[in-house]
Every structure is written in structure tokens, then in C-alpha cells.
Design a protein around this ligand. Structure first.
Ligand code: OAD
Length: 259
């Protein structure tokens, strides 16, 4: 960790009134959840390999894949759902919840946490203003009525799971080729277009429109900060790069803010 870079990030946050954060799968890596394409550390166990290195997203994460084989797709998402339910928020999630409270304790402040994660760990850590850009795997929805439901914490017993409203149940996530929820897009646009600091954490910044919010914030004059152990597609575009894991770097930032 680079203390001078941490200090610059802390100064930027101290003078900011409006803060926006974008998170990706890396934030949940230290909770034991696998990233999609992030580099796997040489010493990480084989069962932590990035998901899209082991599984083909075109056969699992598209409307066409669900139509072709709803049993396989829902079985895979149920496996991931149970993994998310079993995981606990880590120090990085906790620090972001504290950063929200610290920011909002000041006059005229605004805070928005845009997440690409579907695991609900930010909410479980206490974050309030969370915008789920890619939906949630914890809730499922009926293919016929569109109604959402919170399935029990046990595995489904039938694949694809039948819905009580006459259709099938599918995870309430955004698949490749689908639109992001309108409300999430609106809130993300608003936050990225009017923030003083934009913090991007644990994302490879290759999936749009999420990655575009970093550039949008930069174009509107925000100080942009990246927390990631590795180089990403956004690294060269941000003002401050903090190389390290979110569970190490974020608590250090919050501790310095609270000093
Ligand atoms: P990726 O898997 O593409 O990227 C994860 C990022 O986290 C990489 O840049 C890693 O270097 C970084 N990382 C790994 N461990 C970390 C740690 N402990 N602390 C901080 N960073 C760490 O995941 P996303 O960028 O979230 O979409 O992927 C975006 C979207 O692509 C996902 O929401 C998903 C996927 O396809 C859909 O399923 C629609």
C-alpha cells in the first residue's frame, strides 16, 4: 500500500460533498466469492478460479441460454445463490458502509454505492444507498408475471423452479443482452454526473455501462480513485491508483478519515 496515495485519497474524500462508489466482484473475493475474470493469485485454491474461466457465460448468462436449458441455468444460479447466502461481508464491505455514514454526517452530502455485485453483501454490511446495476441473485422472479420472490435459504428442489404465478422462476439478475433496470440507470447517471469523488473498487472495468460511469465522473471533474490489486481497463484513466485488496485498503482509508 502506498501511504502517499492513501493520503491523497483521504484528502479528496475530506473535501468532497458528493461521493459515488462503483464496486465489482473483487470486493467480495475476500468473502470467498469468486470473481468473473479477475486474475487469480498463484496461491489461490483451484475452487477460487474466476467463474468465466471455468464456465461459458454464453451458455449460462444469457436469455437464450435460459431458453435452451432452463434446468442447467437455474441449477447453476442456485449453486451461486447458496454461496452468496453462506458468505459474510468482509472488512471492505464494512468500510464502505462506514464511509457512507461518515460522508452523510456532513452538511449537504450525498453518497451512492453503485454495485455490479448481485450478492447483497453491501446491504448486509450496512450500506443503505445501494444501486444494484446487475440485479440480485438473492431474489428470483416469475417469467410470466414478472413478480419477485425471496426463495427460502435451502436449495430449490426442482429445476427450473416453478413459480407460484404460473411461469418459471429465474434469478433477478441482468444477463448479457438484457437491459439494466431503468431506476438503477437513472440513479447511476445522477450519481456519476454530480460527484466530487468517484471511487472504483474491485472491478475489471470492462463491462458497460458500469465501466462508463468512471469516465463520466472524470469528465465532470470528479477526483477518480481506483482500489484494486491489479491493473484494470480504468487504471490509466483515474487520478489516484491504490494497489491492494479492498479489505486492506478501504479500512485504512476510513481509519484515516476518522482520525
Ligand atoms: P471481474 O471478475 O471482471 O473483475 C474483478 C476485479 O476484482 C479484477 O480487476 C481483480 O483484479 C479485482 N480483485 C480481485 N480480488 C480483489 C480484492 N481482494 N480486492 C479488490 N479487488 C480485487 O468482476 P466485475 O468487474 O465485477 O456481470 O465484472 C463485471 C460484470 O461481469 C459482473 O457483474 C458480471 C460479469 O459478467 C453479469 O453477470 C451481468
Amino acid at each position: 500500500m502506498n501511504p502517499a496515495a492513501i493520503d491523497r485519497a483521504v484528502q479528496a474524500l475530506r473535501s468532497a460533498r458528493r461521493v459515488a462508489v462503483l464496486t465489482g466482484a473483487g470486493v467480495s473475493a475476500e468473502s470467498g466469492l469468486r470473481t468473473f475474470r479477475g486474475a487469480t493469485a498463484p496461491d489461490s485454491p483451484p475452487d477460487m478460479a474466476a467463474l468465466w474461466k471455468e464456465f461459458d457465460p454464453m451458455r449460462l448468462a444469457t436469455p437464450q441460454a435460459f431458453e435452451a436449458d432452463p434446468a442447467m441455468v437455474t441449477r447453476w444460479y442456485d449453486w451461486r445463490r447458496l454461496g452468496c447466502l453462506a458468505a459474510e461481508p468482509n472488512a471492505g464491505h464494512m468500510a464502505l458502509a462506514r464511509l457512507e455514514r461518515w460522508t452523510l454526517s456532513r452538511d449537504g452530502a450525498a453518497f451512492t454505492l453503485l454495485t455490479q455485485n448481485v450478492d447483497r453483501l453491501h446491504q448486509r454490511a450496512g450500506s443503505k444507498a445501494v444501486v444494484e446495476l446487475h440485479g440480485s441473485i438473492i431474489e428470483w422472479r416469475c417469467t410470466k408475471s414478472g413478480r419477485r420472490t425471496l426463495p427460502p435459504t435451502q436449495p430449490f428442489t426442482q429445476f427450473p423452479p416453478p413459480s407460484q404465478w404460473g411461469g418459471l422462476l429465474r434469478p433477478d439478475v441482468v444477463w448479457f443482452g438484457e437491459m439494466l433496470p431503468e431506476d438503477a440507470l437513472r440513479r447511476a447517471e445522477e450519481a456519476a454526473g454530480a460527484c466530487d469523488v468517484f471511487l472504483t473498487v474491485g472491478t475489471s472495468a470492462v463491462v458497460w455501462p458500469a465501466a462508463g460511469y468512471i469516465h463520466r465522473a472524470r469528465a465532470t471533474g470528479a477526483t477518480t480513485i481506483e482500489v484494486n490489486p491489479d491493473q484494470t481497463a480504468a487504471s490509466d484513466a483515474v487520478d489516484i491508483v491504490l494497489r491492494g485488496t479492498s479489505a486492506a485498503v478501504l479500512p485504512a482509508i476510513v481509519a484515516a478519515l476518522l482520525e
